[in-house]
Design a protein around this ligand. Structure first.
Ligand SMILES: Cc1cc2nc3c(=O)[nH]c(=O)nc-3n(C[C@H](O)[C@H](O)[C@H](O)COP(=O)(O)O)c2cc1C
Length: 518
């Protein structure tokens, strides 16, 4: 009966409304322990609750004035089983009436006031005004309209989009070659929560279509929302730099004519082979492009693919004085395989063709890139805007990006999983605005996040043989259980938690200390 209700975000919203877990427990007539246990379960685990428990939750939500239908799967914003052209005609329907008004966080971004530091990055989901309307009304306050060109470009042949399976690893930012990724269509095994892989090739309608549609999208914005326009130059494989620059200027002029005030230059597209696809590795050419586009008197952002270390720092140093900010990261290039007869076969026919990996598996890469950009920005005292993108699938991920130095955080894949994702992020951010103190559950979530990162880092630093790995895991587990025990008893006593939530480094130091005693 309630099979498409998303229980995890519904419970979070109920907690926000009820204020405290004990109050919520009374309201929905369950004991406090059971309720706390529900909060620690994943969506998949919650789905296995008894029907009467689900009914209790739904009734409690209704009595709190929550519109339970906003916690259903929601209307798909894009249907990967249909072609790009068919999808462009698809209308996600009117945006929902929110059950309560969202707060204004009064963020200052690129010299404007913005309602919140959250939004949607450029993708097929931001390619039409109806989709922009849906995202803006649900609380995405900084939206990037999908990358446009100076002339029409068809997509790569269908299919263009796959989901990943639950064995997809979170990519390690230090790994040189990303692994091959398994994709498929059966919805039991392959789901967008595990990641998505796309190979559209930056298609685009003619400027006579996207220009008016961008203007219409701008009219759909509410107060303190911003629509950025993503652009890319088009030039043949053997075109000269000058030809590419000329085309960037041409699309930039169209963009300004359509009403764009901020342009995001898409410098990375893993699934095209033209010179525009890896511009983020060519800062000198980027500077020349920015120099010409600067004459249009618009703000300029650079959207880059995953870079780190010296290459990222040099990219920043070379380009910073020509732009207003950066957006990182785009999808990560990988090779995708699907089941064939007997052995896996390339998902896109030809071996070695690259496609863009997005969603949860790229979170660590996105965070690393943003942390390094933020560090360089601070060292250089450069007041550049920073948009963090890549792997955000929970409201907590948004917070992690903000804590890592991003001014604004955006997502794409999360909206494939949950079209109402912006609403949930806004509820989370709004609740934090009301009380800057973390709730006990948020502290536990943050600690779990830092702990698992600490384990991963230590395994990489010290691991090597199975015995060491086992020792690290035992010490780590013991440390977390101890922390959780102290935390729970402080929460149970109702006192303010004496120690702040441990950071990744805190956990690493404590696990190391435990290891050295053995
Ligand atoms: C289907 C699809 C289409 C995309 N199209 C664009 C695009 O046109 N321009 C762009 O800059 N990024 C594009 N992106 C990249 C996203 O903006 C984002 O950088 C990337 O998906 C990582 O964020 P995520 O993990 O939240 O999805 C696209 C991503 C997907 C999945």
């Amino acid at each position: 009966m309630y099979s498409d209700i998303r229980l995890a975000p519904l419970l979070q919203e109920m907690k926000t409304r009820a204020g405290k877990i004990p109050r919520l427990a009374v309201l929905i007539n369950v004991d406090e322990r059971t309720l706390r246990m529900w909060f620690s379960k994943s969506e998949d685990q919650l789905r296995r609750l008894h029907q009467d428990s689900v009914e209790q939750i739904v009734n409690g939500a209704t009595s709190l004035g929550i519109r339970v239908e906003l916690f259903s799967q929601g209307p798909p914003l894009w249907d990967g089983s249909k072609s790009y052209e068919e999808n462009l005609q698809l209308d996600p329907g009117p945006p929902p009436d929110l059950s309560h008004p969202q707060r204004d966080h009064r963020i200052s971004f690129l010299g404007r006031k913005i309602a919140s530091p959250f939004g949607a990055s450029a993708s097929v989901l931001t390619s039409t005004s109806l989709r922009v309307r849906f995202l803006a009304r649900t609380g995405a306050d900084v939206i990037v309209y999908k990358t446009v060109r100076s002339s029409r470009m068809k997509p790569h042949p269908f299919p263009n989009l796959f989901d990943c399976s639950d064995i997809t690893p979170e990519l390690d930012p230090d790994q040189r070659r990303p692994p091959e990724i398994r994709v498929g269509e059966e919805s039991d095994t392959f789901r967008p929560v595990y990641g998505k892989i796309d190979r559209y090739g930056m298609p685009c309608p003619a400027p006579e279509i996207w220009g008016p549609d961008f203007a219409a999208s701008k009219r759909e914005l509410g107060p303190n929302q911003l629509l950025i326009l993503s652009i890319v130059g088009t030039a043949g494989k053997d075109a000269s730099d000058d030809e590419l620059i000329r085309d960037f200027v041409k699309v930039g002029e169209y963009a300004v004519g359509a009403g764009a005030e901020v342009l995001e230059l898409n410098l990375s597209c893993p699934n095209r082979s033209g010179p525009e696809s890896v511009l983020f590795r060519n800062p000198r050419l980027v500077v020349r492009i920015c120099h010409e586009l600067g004459k249009l008197r618009v703000k300029l952002l650079l959207k880059i693919g995953f870079l780190r270390g010296k290459e990222l720092r040099e990219f920043f140093l070379e380009t910073a004085s020509h732009v207003d900010g950066y957006s990182a990261i785009n999808t990560v290039p990988v090779v995708a395989l699907r089941d064939g007869q007997g052995a896996p076969v390339p998902a896109w026919g030809a071996p070695g063709l690259q496609a863009g990996l997005s969603g949860k598996p790229i979170l660590r890469c996105g965070l690393r890139c943003v942390q390094e950009l933020a560090k360089t920005r601070e060292q250089e005292r450069a007041t550049k805007a920073l948009i963090g993108v890549g792997g955000v699938t929970t409201p907590m991920d948004v917070k992690t990006y903000l804590d890592s130095g991003a001014d604004v955080v955006q997502a794409t894949t999360a909206f494939f999983i949950d079209p109402y994702f912006a609403m949930r992020v806004r509820n989370f951010l709004d609740a934090r605005l009301s009380s800057s103190r973390l709730t006990a559950e948020e502290e536990a979530d943050a600690a779990r996040f830092s702990w698992s990162r600490a384990c991963g880092d230590l395994e990489k630093e010290l691991g090597g043989n199975p015995a060491t790995l086992r020792a690290i895991r035992d010490a780590a587990l013991q440390d977390f259980v101890e922390w959780e025990g102290r935390h729970n008893s402080a929460v149970g006593l109702g006192v303010r938690r004496p120690e702040s939530t441990p950071s990744i480094d805190d956990f690493k130091n404590r696990i190391r200390a435990k290891l050295s005693k053995h």
